[in-house]
Write a protein that binds this ligand. Structure first.
Ligand code: AMP
Length: 330
């Protein structure tokens, strides 16, 4: 069975973009593939998170993943820092990673430009750690956004170099998991192109109904269409994009018709409907998140079992890699 792997950094709560852009696909993947979903807490260290909140951030994401429907009976759920084999593979793969290439990585250059006072070696070798995450389970597919494609390409390079250097066909070359579904991009309500936590325009799965209503009410609009069958400006199109994923086709048609007839003064109703439908999607998830977050025994069980499965797979890889490289026990 093909293997899928995806990691997420514990740096905030899941929003609608994460849900429709990633989670909905994960829920399908876990029915068809052997899936590894992990929380990348080592990756979060590049920005030196506060030790007081690191664990609760990991717990939040784990609770949210479970509440969304990731099933620990079907998928392997774990926390990166519980799998020491990843760190060892990272060390070994560092020997296949060349400084010039690492320095040229787009994400590295961007982060270095944004935070010139924190250009640490962990940031430079971030793609190597990511390669270790993937190769430790010899994953076939990695569902990644456009911004991560370069890192996946680097993973393939390290896998190829390793195979070539040691004359083996050991590591697979992982590919991006692409489906039509994955292309869904949820816009922000502020007229910007993308919903994101760093953009400050996100509707979170844990947001209370009142908060969601307020956020939707504040979405950028105008005085209405300037005639019949005009094209929608981006910020209105954005509202329809979200409506399409949370509402029924009838509702979407209804508001599209209003737009096309050139009618005005219906944005208030549209926003009310949009908020209501978002709340319908998020309410059961929010309730489960709050239940799971308070169930330490359940979380402990999920992580213990996930760690065991992940380590079994990781130990096997590392044993074989060590053998290929010539490490031998006395
Ligand atoms: P992030 O929380 O920004 O690291 O995103 C994690 C994953 O969620 C990304 O790789 C995307 O697959 C997905 N994602 C994030 N924001 C959006 C969005 N606005 N629309 C669709 N998918 C998104």
């Amino acid at each position: 069975m093909k293997t899928v792997l995806s990691g997420i950094r514990p740096t905030g709560n899941l929003h609608l973009g994460n849900y429709y852009g990633a989670m909905v696909n994960f829920l399908k993947m876990q029915e068809e593939y052997k899936c590894f979903f992990f929380i990348a807490d080592w990756h979060a260290l590049t920005t030196h998170p506060d030790p007081k909140t690191l664990h609760s951030n990991v717990k939040n994401i784990l609770s949210e993943y479970l509440a969304c429907g990731l099933n620990p009976e079907k998928s392997v759920l774990y926390v990166q820092s519980d799998i020491p084999e990843i760190a060892e593979l990272y060390l070994l793969l560092n020997m296949q990673a060349y400084l010039g290439e690492l320095e040229k990585t787009v994400s590295f250059k961007e982060k270095a430009r944004q935070n010139p006072n924190n250009v640490n070696a962990g940031l430079l070798t971030y793609p190597v750690l990511q390669a270790a995450d993937i190769l430790i389970h010899n994953a076939d597919y990695v569902p990644v956004g456009k911004d991560q494609e370069q890192h996946l390409e680097m993973t393939r390079n390290y896998a190829q170099r390793f195979n070539y250097k040691y004359g083996v066909a050991y590591f697979k070359e992982p590919t991006a998991f692409a489906s039509d579904q994955q292309m869904i991009k949820i816009p922000g309500l502020d007229g910007s192109g993308k919903m994101g936590k760093s953009e400050g325009n996100a509707i979170y799965l844990i947001d209370e109904p009142k908060t969601i209503e307020k956020k939707v009410k504040g979405a950028l609009t105008d005085n209405g269409p300037e005639g019949e069958n005009t094209s929608k400006p981006d910020y209105i199109e954005n509202l329809f994009t979200i409506l399409k994923v949370v509402s029924t086709p009838e509702v979407v048609d209804y508001y599209n018709n209003l737009w096309n007839t050139g009618a005005t003064k219906w944005y208030g109703n549209l926003k009310k409907q949009l908020a209501e439908d978002i709340i319908n999607v998020t309410t059961p998830i929010r309730e489960r998140i709050n239940e799971i977050k308070n169930d330490d025994a359940y979380l402990h069980k999920v992580v213990t079992e996930g760690t065991e499965k992940a380590r079994e797979s990781a130990r096997k890889t590392l044993r074989e890699v060590r053998e290929i490289m010539g490490f031998k026990p006395f």
